[in-house]
Design a protein around this ligand. Structure first.
Ligand SMILES: Cc1cc2nc3c(=O)[nH]c(=O)nc-3n(C[C@H](O)[C@H](O)[C@H](O)COP(=O)(O)O)c2cc1C
Length: 319
């Protein structure tokens, strides 16, 4: 794949957002069954961690199967040299592209100087971008960011990023200070598209924030001119979110089978020793939208092993 990858997608294309502790290889493979997006991202992966003694743990984030391609590896960190080395490794691992996280607003991450903190250090941000590009062996390099740190600063900050001429740019239409507490400023995403037209016409722009269906995404793309739309939390409300026919019927049995499919794949990929609690968010995601869902969900929330879940599902399906 060369840097035309982003250019070659039919527009508007749809992307599953990178989400820490959610979009691992297991969930991405489940999403493929429910209705696949055009592009996947990994969870954010620390370039510092990749070259530390804990690197085996970090590498789990980069596990994937070929069915998940096209797949973009998302990196974060502060050391340009580590980005260069990481980019080279990512290229050898067969990913479709590399994305640099310049948007995560979590306080302990900001303290490291990485992710959204880079909005305040544009020289370092640029150095990181260029180092990644150098290491990437021709893979496309993209950036995912927000529209400012404390206040909306689209003109300056997005203008700065576009001057580096990234292959793609995902704009989450909120500032860092806004976290997810206010509605997404899609008008600012539209402004980013206009800046792209002036500064870097070759850059593909992906809009992100609050999109709950493909139809809504298509309307937003038509209105604001983005090339693609990224959906994150929309998949929690509707695992079938990437299907055009969003009203997919999924009854109790289907939903229990979704949980069973997920926990079995989880066990196959990660083994039984993997922490069970992070699986609970998937029970919330799958078990909804039918009579009695709340009760079943509550019962599943009290369980603590995959075997318990499987027995529970078996007994329910026999009813
Ligand atoms: C649980 C969770 C984890 C996230 N992890 C990441 C991440 O690893 N990298 C990243 O760029 N954004 C991350 N995000 C932000 C999302 O990618 C996305 O930008 C944000 O949720 C807004 O889109 P939405 O309104 O469609 O959810 C995360 C969001 C959530 C809810």
């Amino acid at each position: 794949m060369n840097s035309n990858f982003w250019q070659n997608l039919k527009k508007p294309f749809f992307v599953l957002a990178p989400m820490e502790d959610v979009t691992d290889t297991v969930f991405r493979r489940m999403v493929i069954k429910f209705g696949r997006p055009d592009v996947f991202f990994t969870e954010f992966t620390s370039v510092e961690g990749m070259f530390s003694p804990g690197s085996m743990e970090v590498a789990k984030r980069l596990k994937y199967t070929s069915e998940e391609l096209p797949l973009i590896a998302q990196l974060w960190g502060v050391n340009p040299e580590n980005f260069r080395k990481a980019a080279s490794l990512i290229a050898d691992l067969g990913f479709t592209g590399i994305d640099i996280n310049m948007g995560c607003p979590v306080r302990k991450i900001i303290k490291t100087g990485g992710c959204s903190a880079l909005i305040r250090t544009p020289d370092l941000a640029k150095e990181i971008f260029l180092a990644t590009k150098e290491g990437a062996k021709g893979l496309p390099v993209s950036v995912k960011t927000r529209i400012g740190f404390k206040s909306i600063d689209t003109e300056n900050w997005i203008g700065e990023v576009l001057a580096w001429k990234p292959d793609a740019l995902t704009v989450h239409g909120r500032t860092v200070a806004e976290l997810s507490k206010v509605p997404c400023h899609w008008d600012e995403i539209g402004r980013a598209v206009k800046l792209r037209d002036e500064i870097s016409p070759e850059t593909v722009v992906v809009g992100n924030g609050d999109v709950k269906s493909v139809n809504e995404g298509k309307e937003l793309a038509a209105r604001w001119g983005v090339d693609g739309v990224m959906i994150g939390r929309g998949v929690f409300e509707n695992p079938f979110v990437f299907r055009e026919d969003a009203g997919v019927s999924a009854d109790l049995r289907d939903r229990l089978e979704m949980v069973r499919g997920h926990v079995l794949l989880h066990r196959e990929v990660w083994g039984d020793n993997h922490n069970f609690n992070p699986l609970k968010k998937f029970f919330k995601m799958y078990i909804r939208g039918f009579d009695g869902a709340a009760n079943i969900r509550d019962e599943m929330m009290r369980m603590s092993t995959i075997d318990e879940i499987l027995l529970y599902i078996d007994s329910h399906l026999k009813l």
